[in-house]
Design a protein around this ligand. Structure first.
Ligand code: MLT
Length: 434
């Protein structure tokens, strides 16, 4: 039986070490014994952007980037998207098992009771300019909830944690809808607790003067599927922020606001908004070849293509493509789809993109679908943040319950000046340009 360990010969000292291997990793702290002398700090790993560093043990989401596999708590994303509702999947992420019928009924009832926003929070939203970006409003408003529920800072009390988790999952669609209504100058629509999670979201977005809003069931179901696909994705940038902010024992509202801030970046959740800008820039199907030549010449990026983890395809993209076709049956085909399909066709045949593993990811089709449903591009990342809140909270809760975790505080490699004495102000000369 081969031994699960590394034998390391430190050529600086000719000393040998045996470093245990667990789950395909070595503990970075085991490297600290490799010293050049008694005063030496010992070895660290250097891994900018954590390209090859596991920050935690997690049982929530499994991804196999080479095989294009995504599973929540062991269940394939394809089965969950086909057979579950988003709140059912949120329960799975948070509690580790799919709910029974009575558990789901209670869970949905609990979440539904937390969809309303405190009136002071609505007034907070009214302070934004009419043209404020919805993600800026969402991040700020989620953080403001911390002031409404001060008891949330008792992060070690499971019941307190559970209540804040339900508040956040319940209120995210309300906040999201209110940011949209604010940008149009429309009155806010209160939640209708007789509607499902996504039907109620559409109600708060689109209802005008009609006494009751009736959501199109195909659009409501398509949104539910999109929410399932976006619910979690292991240690992505925003999940890492959720864990890091949460590791200081900040309350879940401030931690979620930090995670949403990370998601707003164009390299993360903002990518679907950038896809639409790219398709607008291309303008028509016949201009796709010229755009592709520009990208290959190093001018411009192919937004919505490629992924840090998936090396062959993003399993969520194929499900979204299916859902988009259902949406287009209701909304009419989005003309940008022709540009997107041509872009995908050429990119998947072109060696330049194949060699670079550039193929459509989850963001490529989600934006086209959201636009067809009537969402403006500025809302796309908000639509990502709503379901990802369940994933962030599952990651946060797992981190707090992990006895190995403590406040996240990485090391660095110092590359600055050696010690130097201060020059008094009157004697400082402007640095000479070499
Ligand atoms: C996500 O779903 O968070 C994105 O695909 C980004 C990632 O996983 O790194």
């Amino acid at each position: 039986m081969e031994k699960e360990a590394l034998s390391i010969l430190d050529q600086r000292t000719h000393s040998s070490y045996e470093i245990p291997v667990h789950n395909g990793t070595i503990r970075a702290m085991d490297l600290r014994q490799l010293k050049t002398g008694p005063g030496d700090f010992g070895l660290m790993t250097y891994d900018p952007a954590f390209m090859n560093t596991a920050s935690c043990h997690s049982a929530i989401t499994f991804i196999d980037g080479d095989k294009g596999i995504l599973r929540y708590r062991g269940y394939p994303i394809e089965q969950l998207a086909e057979k579950c509702t988003f709140l059912e999947v949120a329960y799975l992420l948070l509690f580790g098992e799919l709910p029974t019928e009575p558990q789901l009924k209670d869970w949905v009832g609990q979440i539904t009771r937390h969809t309303m926003l405190h009136e002071t929070t609505k007034k907070f939203l009214e302070g934004f300019r009419y043209d404020a970006h919805p993600m800026g409003m969402l991040v700020s408003t989620v953080a403001a909830l911390s002031t409404v529920y001060p008891e949330a800072r008792n992060v070690h009390d499971p019941e307190v944690r559970q209540l804040q988790i339900m508040r956040l999952i319940g209120k995210m669609p309300t906040i999201a809808a209110y940011t949209y209504r604010h940008s149009l100058g429309f009155p806010y629509v209160y939640p209708d607790n007789d509607l499902s999670y996504t039907e109620n979201f559409l109600n708060m977005l689109w209802r005008m003067a009609e006494p009751r809003y009736t959501a199109n069931p195909i659009l409501a179901r398509a949104l539910d599927i999109l929410f399932i696909l976006h619910a979690d994705h292991e240690q992505n940038c925003s999940a890492n922020v959720m864990r890091s902010v949460g590791s200081s024992h900040a309350d879940p509202f401030l931690s979620t606001a930090g995670a949403a801030a990370a998601l707003s970046g164009p390299l993360h959740g903002g990518a679907n908004e950038e896809v639409l800008k790219m398709l607008d820039e291309i303008g028509s199907k016949d201009k796709v070849p010229a755009y592709i030549e520009q990208v290959k010449a190093g001018h411009g990026k192919l937004m919505g293509f490629g992924h840090r983890i998936y090396k062959n395809y993003d399993p969520r993209a194929s499900i979204i493509k299916w859902a988009a076709d259902k949406v287009f049956e209701v909304t009419g085909r989005n003309p940008k789809l022709d540009i997107a399909l041509e872009l995908e066709r050429i990119a998947l045949e072109d060696d330049y993109f194949i060699k670079r593993k550039l193929y459509p990811n989850v963001d490529f089709y989600s934006g086209i679908m959201y636009q067809a449903m009537g969402f403006k591009p500025e809302m796309f990342t908000v639509l990502f943040a709503i379901p990802r809140t369940a994933g962030w909270l599952a990651q946060w809760q797992e981190m707090l319950e992990d006895p190995e975790q403590k406040i996240a505080r990485p090391r660095q490699v110092y590359t600055g000046h050696e010690v130097r004495d201060l020059v008094p102000l009157e004697k400082r000369a402007a640095p000479t340009t070499a």
